[in-house]
Design a protein around this ligand. Structure first.
Ligand code: PMV
Length: 361
């Protein structure tokens, strides 16, 4: 793949009057089978599967104009914020062979998230994929869109989003995505994610994700450090084997609409992610007491009502509640009456499976 993108790169002179503004909104995603542990150049140790969200998004605009040399400014929520832009700048520097034209451009990047900064929700998947969509559109204005059909090549967007921030590879597709090579799905790759939307039961296409904000604090371990800790983790080989097995079984359950298997695998994956962090060296406990209280309540509610509600966790204390749309009324009652008591200021975000990135300009 690398060779194709390198060959296709626009290596000519950027016209003197080349200037404009592009904008993309891209969603966050929540992994069901988790990516935790990487190898080589930002490649996953195991395949992962996610829901693409709808409401939790980054909206990014890039204003570009011809310049003598590369220029870069980053604004976050209206304020110039060079620190937040460092990751993008580094990504551009590291991958200039693919995008040599940036050395003849001044870029002003303006980004905002639709979810509050203090909600403990990681924004790298949404913000990096939104930026990559903008970058590919600028490239498209120079060479013509790579698909030739006037739309962006999502596989390429996924490939470069992955290089910017692993899980961002999965944010570019509607509904669901699979990232990482697995024998269980033809066409899967470590280098980019692929869409799963055509291979899932209708019940999953409108799934809900209510995100319970247990803590709005910044994560105590960055995901870069977390992935790194898998290298010395004695359970790593067993974990990677288990994740492969879970991907295989989840793919079958997604196709048939088997909610019991879906719930079993999803909850087990969340707990494994946290167990891996607890037994790494140094170790991290990222759940809070209220995370555990919510988990207990969710399991009690499911047993008592038979409503197929399950939870998953990111690398932090907040709880994602996953359930079919048809159960929304009962689950919302449960959240309002019981679970919101365990949330910071009773806060939670109502999200659902979404359609993927949207062009803003
Ligand atoms: O994309 P990163 O490097 O921020 O890693 C994401 C890791 C998890 O969110 C914990 C799991 C996942 O697959 O999204």
């Amino acid at each position: 793949m690398e060779e194709i993108w390198l060959k296709e790169a626009f290596k000519g002179e950027v016209p003197n009057d080349f200037q404009g503004k592009v904008g993309w909104s891209s969603p966050s995603n929540i992994a069901l089978v988790k990516y935790w542990g990487k190898k080589g150049k930002q490649l996953p140790q195991n395949p992962s599967i996610s829901f693409t969200l709808s409401e939790c998004r980054s909206e990014t605009f890039v204003t570009f104009e011809r310049a003598e040399q590369f220029g870069f400014q980053f604004f976050f929520e209206g304020q110039e914020n060079p620190a937040f832009g460092t990751k993008i700048e580094k990504f551009l520097f590291d991958h200039q062979a693919f995008f040599p034209f940036i050395n003849q451009l001044h870029l002003k990047v303006e980004s905002r998230n639709t979810f509050p900064h203090s909600s403990g929700i990681a924004s790298s998947a949404s913000s990096m994929s939104a930026f990559v969509m903008c970058l590919l559109e600028i490239e498209g204005l120079l060479v013509g869109p790579s698909t030739g059909s006037g739309t962006l090549d999502l596989q390429k967007a996924s490939y470069f989003s992955r290089l910017a921030s692993g899980s961002a590879a999965r944010s570019v597709y509607p509904k669901m995505a699979l990232w990482g090579a697995t024998k269980a799905y033809e066409g899967s790759s470590d280098e980019y994610a692929i869409p799963l939307g055509n291979d899932i039961h209708p019940i999953f296409k409108t799934f809900r994700d209510s995100i319970l904000i247990v803590s709005g604090e910044k994560k105590s371990v960055s995901s870069r450090a977390g992935h790194g800790l898998m290298e010395g983790n004695p359970y790593a080989p067993a974990r990677y084997a288990q994740a492969n097995e879970n991907v295989k079984n989840l793919l079958t359950a997604l196709k048939s609409g088997d909610l019991d298997t879906f719930n079993n695998i999803t909850e087990s994956e969340a707990l494994q992610l946290h167990a891996l962090m607890m037994c790494s060296n140094p170790s991290f406990i990222l759940m809070k007491p209220n995370t555990l209280r919510i988990i207990e309540e969710v399991r009690r509610f499911r047993n008592e009502t038979n409503i197929p509600l399950c939870f998953t966790l990111d690398a932090g204390p907040n709880v994602h509640l996953l359930y079919p749309e048809r159960e929304a009324e009962k689950v919302n009652e449960f959240i309002k009456n019981t679970l919101s008591n365990y949330c910071v200021e009773g806060r939670w975000i109502a999200d659902h499976v979404g359609i993927g990135p949207k062009k803003l300009l």
